[in-house]
Design a protein around this ligand. Sequence first.
Ligand code: MRU
Length: 369
Amino acid sequence: MKVDGKDIRPIWFDSSEGVVKIIDQRVLPYELKIVALKNVDEIIKAIKEMYVRGAPLIGVTGAYGAFLAACNLGEENINDESLINECKRIKDSRPTAINLPWAVDRVCSQILKGKTAAERIEIAKIEAEKIADFEVDNCKRIGEHGLSLLEKISLNKKGSTVNILTHCNAGWLACIEYGTATAPMYAAYDKGIDIHVWVDETRPLNQGARLTAWELSKYGVKNTIIPDNTGGHLMQHGMVDIVIVGSDRTTYTGDVANKIGTYLKALAAHDNNIPFYVALPSTSFDWTIRNGLSDIPIEKRNPDEVRYIKGFHNGKVEDILITNQSYNALNFAFDVTPSRLVTGFITERGVCNANEESLKFMFPENTKN
Ligand code: MRU
């Protein structure tokens, strides 16, 4: 996507320096800071500490991590066991987004086909880049399929503003290009459809207020940041036409894990008869889990992320204590929205219902019997 006229992705391999480069999302929108990652430890730190975040991007970062593992192990240490161990360390860095193990396993299994160290490094680089391009293509298609939903609403409203509510950041920063939840928004904007986006601030790390608002504003899409608890009120007053969110892991039965607070938005949408869509690529489905509530691993993060808030003060990014340091705080990063509250999925293959039958039909090669 373009930032101030320049094409940029949240991750790329810089062949001239032999490093993986990322946008440090911790300091957006205050600063566009690029960080170089040289080895597996730095990849793991970037994922754990959320320099990079969002399911598809975490996956691609893990894929580049497997590539760096191959580069750094060297001719004498690059055996199957050491590679598998390095890949396991990367996969363990965050538990919820299924894109991470999917992408790392895919690179790892390809690397193991190489005979020499040089061959393995080349295979790893090609595979990581393939995964990045695959996610770009997925998001582009999600945009095309999601566009039809927004067009329909616009038509029903005789061209007046379509109000979309979204939670967290499921934009290009989370996905390489276009985003998942944002892809239909960008496609609608490009087509001249009048849209406006309600952006949940998304406490505690404010991915909505910091990242989604930044992305949409840079593109020119009208948006308004709202405190996380505002969505229900807006829905009751006819101010939301559709909710579109992303997902970190969705079961083959249609249960959706996404940023904490998504479930409450789905409940409010259900109560107000507002369509609630989840936009996600096939790489975010877990084809082994039936019950999302009991079986999707939910990450618990440091409670200091709740006690402190990051902001821009006196020309620098600072952490401000917003309560007493000694008070108890709890920080689940995701929740699960049961399939019955999901109107449908917007995938790279089209829009479908949130149930096992529809998903089997849409992705026959992946589903279990
Ligand atoms: O904790 P984060 O910022 O990695 O969580 C991200 C989300 O919850 C996104 O909504 C999800 O990954 C979908 S991204 C296309």
